[in-house]
Design a protein around this ligand. Structure first.
Ligand code: C2O
Ligand code: CU
Ligand code: CU
Length: 535
């Protein structure tokens, strides 16, 4: 490969967020695999980690043990690799937590025992297209497929879920999702809370019938606005209580809901200390009064309970906010329909707990005093190399993605998903930095505009800027301070009236990589397209 080798090494290091000095810590075979494009064609022949993952139907006790709930779930089994790589969450419908290390070669043997097609997507990780879970790779009931990839991404909280054509929302809703926690040398060198003090929290809303069974879409309007449940679950449990000691914790929060957006606050008014986002640690902690978390997004919090008293309780809540849902009867195309259906600024129309309504998420209860030596919040968490817009291959010509509602069908640049099709502006040259903008300003249907959490497969990206069109300020006011945009992201919430510009690299692998709205009902309604990354 001659002098492209150095270039790709430099890019890999850049991607891993490391300077040249770090060359020594990256095993030679990572470069070898990357340079030869080996994972794409054959996959690692001798994986460090091999996992058996089965999608199946089962029952778990959610609301009561004598009336269990029928769910679908991923069940994992470690075939090869360090013990602790696959950790099941007892009694939960959630899939196992996969604990991986940067540089590991991973093989997942997927057995589909659902009564329908399925495929696994590794959300947030850069993997070869065959391991990325594109719907064209979904397999039928009773079939098996193998995903092989090298963990290239930095330490962070990632996750996996199905990406089945027009079935992702249902499959995720009935339970199919799990976390992937990646660690790396940079993170290991920090004194962050570990083990039982490093707590993953998956937030989801569900709705149950009187026999404790999950209830999905009841009305058509849930489908185009997104499903909203009235019961908040954390790690698959209602009324979640976290017993804690008077010490520092790392809380890694995933919004695994289909369409609910959260405005995270502590009930006693304490600010939140954010140490990470979708793609791992920030450069330095960010302190906020509230944090917005849209479906698919993750946030990593440093939470210190020192100074609390035994028996104290603090609740993590979603505070009330507005502006994310269509504004019925506010000059939109749905004028007149809204009033009778309980619409308005809150949106959610018929939903028992509308998007933006206040609700408790979990309670922390102080049960133990801890006077041992404790980690202090590091001032510097990681190194992030900032992309520069002038370095983008299309610096003068950003690729615009317009979000819209055609009737009741959400679209991207007026288009719906086509399994393998791309149009010209969806073809991206390999190894380029691209300027992309998500534009949520469909003025023809102003009242129908809603917030869309936009997600792109492949490498994580950086948010360059948010611009709000005049006239949207009031609608934006209650969420505007809650975006953590200075870390690595794979999903970004685009509010009505906003244009969000991002910088994203397309390195390493060619092929079809999806971009879509992570409101899973919107994804199901084909608010999704392919990028074709081409050498
Ligand atoms: Cu988490 Cu394409 O999705
Ligand atoms: Cu994804
Ligand atoms: Cu959407």
């Amino acid at each position: 490969m001659g002098d492209t080798t150095d270039l790709s090494r430099r890019r890999l290091l850049q991607y891993l967020g490391l300077g040249a000095v770090a060359t020594a810590v990256i095993p030679e075979w990572v470069f070898a695999a990357v340079e030869q494009g080996a994972p794409e064609r054959s996959g690692p022949s001798d994986p460090d980690v091999e996992i058996g993952m089965t999608a199946l139907t089962t029952e778990v006790p959610i609301l009561s043990s004598d009336r269990p709930t029928k769910v679908w779930r991923f069940s994992g089994e470690l075939i090869k690799g360090p013990s602790g790589t696959v950790e099941e969450i007892p009694g939960s419908y959630l899939g196992p937590i996969l604990r991986l290390r940067q540089g590991q070669k991973v093989r997942i043997r997927f057995h589909n025992k659902l009564p329908e097609d399925c495929v696994i997507h590794q959300h947030g990780l850069l993997v070869p297209e065959k391991a990325d879970g594109h719907p064209r790779h979904q397999i039928g009931s009773g079939q098996t497929s193998v995903y092989e990839f090298t963990v290239l991404d930095r330490a962070g909280t990632y996750w996996f879920h199905p990406h089945t054509d027009k079935r992702t929302a249902e499959q995720a809703y009935y339970g199919m999702a799990g976390l992937i926690l990646v660690t790396d040398t940079e993170e290991q060198l920090l004194d962050l809370p570990r083990h039982e003090h490093d707590i993953p929290l998956v937030i989801q809303d569900r709705s149950f019938d009187d026999r404790n069974q999950l209830r999905y879409i009841a009305h058509m309007h849930d489908r185009w606005m997104g499903f909203l449940g009235d019961r908040l679950l954390v790690n698959g449990k209602p009324d979640f209580v976290l017993p804690a000691a008077t010490r520092a914790y790392r809380l890694r929060i995933l919004n695994g809901s289909n369409s609910r957006i959260y405005k995270l606050v502590w009930s006693d008014g304490s600010p939140l200390t954010v140490i990470g986002t979708d793609g791992g640690l920030l450069e330095s902690p960010a302190v906020r009064n509230y944090v917005m978390l849209a479906p698919g997004e993750r946030v990593d919090l440093w939470t210190d309970f020192r100074g609390r008293k035994l028996g104290d309780e603090i609740t993590l809540r979603s505070a009330a906010f507005s502006g994310v849902m269509p504004m019925m009867g506010m000059g939109g195309g749905m004028m007149g329909m809204g009033r009778g259906m309980g619409g308005g600024m809150m949106g959610g129309m018929g939903a028992a707990l509308p998007n933006g309504a206040e609700c408790p998420i979990l309670t922390v209860r102080i049960v133990r005093e801890d006077r041992s030596d404790q980690p202090a919040l590091p001032r510097r968490l990681s190194q992030i190399q900032r992309y520069r817009p002038q370095d983008a291959a299309n610096a003068r010509n950003p690729r615009s993605i317009h979000l819209s509602m055609m009737g009741m069908s959400p679209r991207l640049n007026g288009r719906s998903f086509e399994l393998t099709k791309v149009v010209e502006d969806e073809i991206i040259p390999l190894n380029t930095l691209q300027l992309l903008e998500f534009v949520n300003r469909d003025h023809r249907a102003r009242g129908m505009m809603m917030a869309h959490p936009m997600h792109i497969h492949g490498q994580t990206f950086q948010v360059l800027k948010r611009e709000l069109a005049p006239g949207f300020e009031q609608r934006y006011a209650s969420v505007s301070q809650g975006f953590i945009d200075n870390g690595w992201k794979d999903t970004v919430l685009v509010m009505p009236g906003e244009k969000v510009t991002i910088l994203k690299r397309f390195d390493r692998y060619t092929g079809l990589y999806l971009y879509h709205c992570h409101n899973l009902e919107h994804e199901n309604m084909d608010m999704m397209r392919n990028f074709l990354v081409q050498a």
